[in-house]
Design a protein around this ligand. Structure first.
Ligand code: AMP
Length: 313
């Protein structure tokens, strides 16, 4: 049986991530936090860089801390594709329900993302693993069109784009291998409540496989081999789920790039690993906990995840 860990980071392939880099204002049951550094690309990069070298394509404003870019660079994240533009960084504000299971967007300000036209550094165009993180579908397309021959392209999106940019999102779906969304977004995209039937509908729109993130209820993979399920790690204390989905996606891509293979068993192992990584994200506000996680912590949590699904007989 092939198991974890994967190849060392030095021999892993590159993951290119496009997505938001942001300031978030979070209303959480336990605390309110303002100006938290977040964004889909930020969370995904922290997670993916546990396993493979990462390249980010994004834009930040004059107000974004240089220290965060330096911190990412120190963990093998190439920020040559992060443009610093005149103006303000993307902003999102959200309020979570008391059980953390649902949230409401209070405000989205695209700011510098509104006029962003990504031009990939020459050193990025050969990226084999691509994560089109949550951002305008047109930007996802612009980035993808500049990559020469990607081996694996996954995309994430969210309700904001499903309702506001459905047509463009359709173009993205036709070009990717894997769509990764949460159950609420899947229902919205397919306009069907039942997860299995909604998944079948979405697979008709283009992607070869669909990964459905279900928060504390784990994640599911729908592909030609059927359905796979991984539980989420049952945490004792859940603080802030923001970015858990992006951490999940980043960890999966990072793992695949380190494994260098994209077959069914590797994907299934990757899903379980991604579940373990995402659980750390929920334990702190923003990326506070995630960014200090080590591979050894992930392996321990993975072992725990394995044992909670063993029947022992
Ligand atoms: P997640 O909790 O995984 O859905 O990701 C939350 C992150 O997504 C936050 O850090 C936000 O800054 C970012 N975000 C929220 N809305 C959008 C949007 N419409 N486009 C891009 N990023 C967003």
């Amino acid at each position: 049986m092939t198991t974890y860990p994967t190849r060392s980071k030095e021999t892993a392939e590159h993951v290119l991530i496009v997505g938001s880099m942001a300031f978030d204002d979070l209303e959480l049951p336990s605390v309110n936090a303002k100006d938290v550094v977040g964004g889909a690309a930020t969370y995904a990069a922290y997670a993916a860089s546990l396993f493979s070298p990462v390249r980010i394509v994004a834009v930040v404003g004059e107000d974004f801390p240089t220290a965060v870019l330096e911190e990412l660079t120190a963990r093998d994240v190439d920020v040559a594709g992060v443009e610093r533009a005149k103006g303000k960084t993307f902003r999102w504000a959200g309020r979570y329900a008391a059980n953390l299971a649902s949230r409401e967007t209070l405000d989205t300000q695209l700011n510098v993302f509104a006029d962003f036209r990504p031009k990939l550094p020459q050193s990025f165009v050969d990226s084999p693993f691509v994560l089109l993180g949550n951002i305008q579908p047109q930007l996802q397309l612009d980035v993808l069109s500049q990559i020469k021959a990607p081996r694996f392209v996954a995309a994430d999106t969210m309700n904001f784009w499903i309702s506001g940019e459905r047509k463009k999102l359709g173009e993205v779906l036709a070009k990717i291998d894997t769509l990764m969304i949460n159950d609420e977004e899947l229902r919205q995209l397919a306009d069907i409540h039942n997860i299995r039937r909604a998944a079948a509908e979405v697979l008709k729109l283009g992607p070869k496989r669909l990964i459905v993130k279900r928060g504390e209820y784990g994640a599911m993979l729908f592909d030609k081999d059927g359905v796979f399920f991984t539980p989420a790690y049952p945490l004792e204390e859940e603080i802030d789920p923001t970015g858990a989905g992006d951490s999940f996606a980043g960890a999966l891509l990072g793992y695949l790039a380190a494994a260098g293979t994209i077959d069914g068993p590797t994907l299934r192992r990757g899903l379980r690993l991604a579940s373990a990584v995402a659980s750390f994200c929920v334990e702190g506000v923003g990326a506070a906990k995630l960014k200090n996680v080590q591979r050894a912590d992930v392996m321990m949590r993975l072992e725990a995840l394995r044992s909670i699904t063993k029947t022992g007989g």
